[in-house]
Every structure is written in structure tokens, then in C-alpha cells.
Design a protein around this ligand. Structure first.
Ligand code: CTP
Length: 407
């Protein structure tokens, strides 16, 4: 039996990047031999084992053939006769199809090292098309390695285009897609993920609501970049530059979906886009089964982001409504994330990336003012039930009036 390091661990070592996960491939072994050595079998799909001590994944070398639609439609063949080269050729990208033995001798039959040097994300063989998730993976790798100068090879982009047109992307499960999307959004250049998906026609299939924003103009006075798609990408880029969490990045991506619904006669204005977008956001959220906190923040940011921008002009009663909508008393973190998304939206505009955003501190101050209202004295006055709720609201409104006058 011969054991090799494969995939991301080899790629990232050659790139000089930290290696976290190590995947191993085992050539010349049977399942029985692995079990006899104390490896623990995992996964019903493939012959994969966990090392008894390190817990790292060891897979028997295998070949795969597609036998139907979607991820389930695979037959695989693992046996001691399958060679390392046969195992590597079924992999997605040349830079992911290198193996290394314990002496760091490289096996690189598909020229991954050459593509690493050329900064190219290139598919290994036509077998790339057997897993449509790879369209998202390539876009994710493009986002991750954009800063190093990596681009997608034209022939790979063409294959991704064919896959996107074939209807295969629809067969992906929400869970697999979301895993790629969420990882891609957390990269340093998440906007590249969206750009690559758009370039190969996958965005139109996966998130037509985002794709529809390209070519939609906005008023140049507020949006020097004009195009709503370009703006969305800049907002996402700002979110990454400011190290925002996934919730904020997801909300940034979806905050202007309503603008895609504006009739052309109304361009470049987008009246009520904050509300029009809600049904689209709900659909995208559900399509990928996004986690609840991502879903919620995206909806709230769409509905209220223009309130955020106009914070300093809002009447105390409107400020109160905003704070109530966010349940800022019990969910202070969510309101912070809303403020962050608004700030990213304000900065994600051409030439305005460095602008200050006084609305952020103003909103924080308003939340603090409303939160200082104590319930105990109202209870002591005898308020209860709905009357207590009304009394608390009145006190909060008073506090916000005072805050506005003094700020
Ligand atoms: N792989 C593949 N096609 C997929 C998933 C994985 O060909 N749809 C192969 C690639 O060779 C990849 C390896 O399996 O390098 C391990 O996959 P995974 O752990 O998902 O990715 P990594 O390449 O290790 O990358 P990351 O750093 O993102 O984890």
C-alpha cells in the first residue's frame, strides 16, 4: 500500500499558504486491509476512512463515472489496481490534482505546478463536468486566489458555461450550494465569486435576482458607478475589506434586489425597492436554505437600509419604529450588523469608499437612549399587559426626542 497527500494540502504548500486539512489517497489497498490497520470507515458513498490517531481522511484510490443527474448519480470503482494517475484525473482542477509522498516527491501528471506558476484555474479533463458543484468551486477558488493573480482558464470557463446551460446546476442540493456560497462570501474578494459565476452564465441560473441587477442604472448623484450590479459587487468588496461576518456579507449581496424589478420607464429611480426586494430575498434565502440569522438580516437590511442612510433626519417616532423592528433590546448584535451593512452600502460606491458614515454612531446612540428606559418604575406605577407595552414605548419615544435634540 502506498499513501500520498493530495488535493488542497499539496496545492497550498506549493503556494506557501498554511495547510489546515490534509487529505490522503491510498493506492494498492483493500477495504479489509484498511480496517485491519485500525482505520475507521466513514461515508456511505465512497471508500473513505479516518486515521485511528490523527482523524485525517484517507480515501482509497478510485475512478468515478457519472450514471445519472446530480450528485447521487455516480458509480465509483475502488480496487488495489486503480493507479494514482487514474485517481487524480477525475479531480476538478490541475492545481488540485497533484500528489506528494512522504519524501515530498511530487506526482503531477496533469501539470498542476505549471498552472500554479501561470496562475491558472484549469480543469483536469472532461470529467470535470461530472460534478456541477465544481462550477461554484472554481468561482470560489477564483475569489480566494484573486489576490495572487489567478484567473479561470478560457477553456474551463467555456466548460462551466456549458454546464450552466445544461440544467445540471438545478440538480445541486441547497446544502452543497450553500456550503460553497458561504465559504466564497467569506473569502477576501467575494465579489470575484459573483463575477466568475456571471461570466459563465451560472449566476443567471443560481441567483437570477442578482444577475438581473447588471445593466440597471441608479441616479449618478448617489451612485457614481451607476450600474446596480457593479454597486452590489463593491458593497460586497467593502464588507470583505472590513472583515464583516457572513450575515452582513449575505445581506450586502441581496440588499438591492428590488431594483431589478423597477420598470425601465422609472429608471434610474427605484421607488420602494426596499419592499419590492423582500419576496425575491425570501426566494433566494429558501432556495439555498440559508441559516436563519443570514435570512433575517438580509430581509431587514433590504427593508430598512434607506432608513439607516437617513438616520439623522428621521423623526423620533420613525427611529423608534426602526429600533422596535430590530428588537434592539433583545438583539443588539443584529442591529450592529444592520448598521455595518448600511455602512458598507454607503461605501460601496465609486470614489466614496473612504467616506465617513456618521449615521453609524447616531444609530448606536439612539439604541442606547431607547435601551435606558427602565421597566421597573412603570411596573411600580401599576402598568401591566398591553398598557405596560404602550407606556414603555412612550418613555422610549421621550428618550429618543431628547436624544435627537441633544445630538
Ligand atoms: N475534489 C474534486 N471535486 C469536488 C470536490 C473535491 O475534484 N467536487 C477533489 C480535489 O482534488 C480537491 C480534493 O478533492 O483538492 C479535496 O477536496 P476539498 O477538501 O473539498 O477541497 P480542497 O481542495 O482541499 O480545498 P479547500 O482548501 O477549499 O478545502
Amino acid at each position: 500500500m502506498r499513501i500520498y497527500k493530495v488535493g488542497g494540502a499539496v496545492r497550498d504548500r506549493l503556494l506557501g499558504k498554511p495547510v489546515t486539512d490534509i487529505d490522503w489517497v491510498v493506492v494498492g489497498a483493500t477495504t479489509e486491509e484498511m480496517l485491519a490497520k485500525g482505520f475507521r470507515p466513514v461515508g456511505a458513498d465512497f471508500p473513505v476512512f479516518l486515521h485511528p490517531k490523527s482523524g485525517e481522511e484517507y480515501a482509497l484510490a478510485r475512478t468515478e463515472r457519472k450514471s445519472g443527474r446530480g450528485y447521487g448519480g455516480f458509480t465509483f470503482h475502488a480496487s488495489p489496481e486503480v493507479t494514482l494517475e487514474e485517481d487524480l484525473i477525475r479531480r476538478d482542477l490541475t492545481i488540485n490534482a497533484m500528489a506528494e509522498d512522504d519524501q515530498q516527491n511530487l506526482t503531477d501528471p496533469y501539470h498542476g505546478q505549471r498552472d500554479l506558476e501561470a496562475r491558472l484555474l484549469r480543469h483536469v479533463s472532461p470529467a470535470f463536468a461530472e460534478d456541477p458543484l465544481r462550477v461554484l468551486r472554481v468561482a470560489r477558488f477564483a475569489a480566494r486566489y484573486a489576490a495572487l493573480g489567478f484567473t479561470v482558464a478560457p477553456e474551463t470557463l467555456e466548460l462551466m458555461r456549458q454546464l450552466s446551460e445544461s440544467g445540471e446546476l438545478e440538480a445541486l442540493t441547497p446544502e452543497r450550494s450553500w456550503k460553497e456560497i458561504s465559504r466564497a462570501l467569506m473569502e477576501d474578494q467575494p465579489q470575484v465569486f459573483i463575477e466568475v459565476l456571471r461570466a459563465c452564465g451560472a449566476l443567471k441560473v443560481l441567483m437570477p435576482e442578482v444577475d438581473a441587477l447588471f445593466g440597471v442604472p441608479q441616479p449618478p448623484a448617489h451612485h457614481p458607478e451607476i450600474d446596480t450590479g457593479a454597486h452590489t459587487l463593491s458593497v460586497l468588496q467593502q464588507a470583505a475589506l472590513h472583515k464583516q461576518p457572513l450575515t452582513v456579507r449575505w445581506a450586502c449581496l441581496l440588499h438591492d434586489l428590488g431594483k431589478g424589478l423597477t420598470p425601465e420607464e422609472e429608471w434610474p429611480r427605484h421607488i420602494a425597492h426596499e419592499f419590492k426586494g423582500l419576496k425575491l430575498i425570501k426566494a433566494v434565502n429558501e432556495r439555498f436554505k440559508a441559516p436563519r440569522d443570514c435570512q433575517e438580516l438580509a430581509m431587514l437590511v433590504s427593508e430598512y437600509h434607506t432608513h439607516g442612510h437617513r438616520a439623522l433626519e428621521l423623526k423620533p417616532s420613525t427611529l423608534l419604529e426602526l429600533l422596535q423592528s430590530f428588537d434592539v433590546y433583545r438583539r443588539p448584535q443584529r442591529f450592529e450588523e444592520f448598521i455595518a451593512a448600511c455602512e458598507m452600502d454607503a461605501r460601496g460606491r465609486e470614489g466614496l469608499e473612504q467616506r465617513s458614515y456618521p449615521q453609524a454612531d447616531y444609530l448606536r446612540g439612539a439604541a442606547t437612549a431607547a435601551r435606558t428606559v427602565a421597566v421597573q418604575p412603570l411596573l411600580e406605577k401599576g402598568f401591566k399587559g398591553p398598557e405596560l407595552g404602550e407606556a414603555i414605548k412612550r418613555e422610549r419615544l421621550k428618550a429618543l426626542k431628547a436624544y435627537k435634540e441633544n445630538t
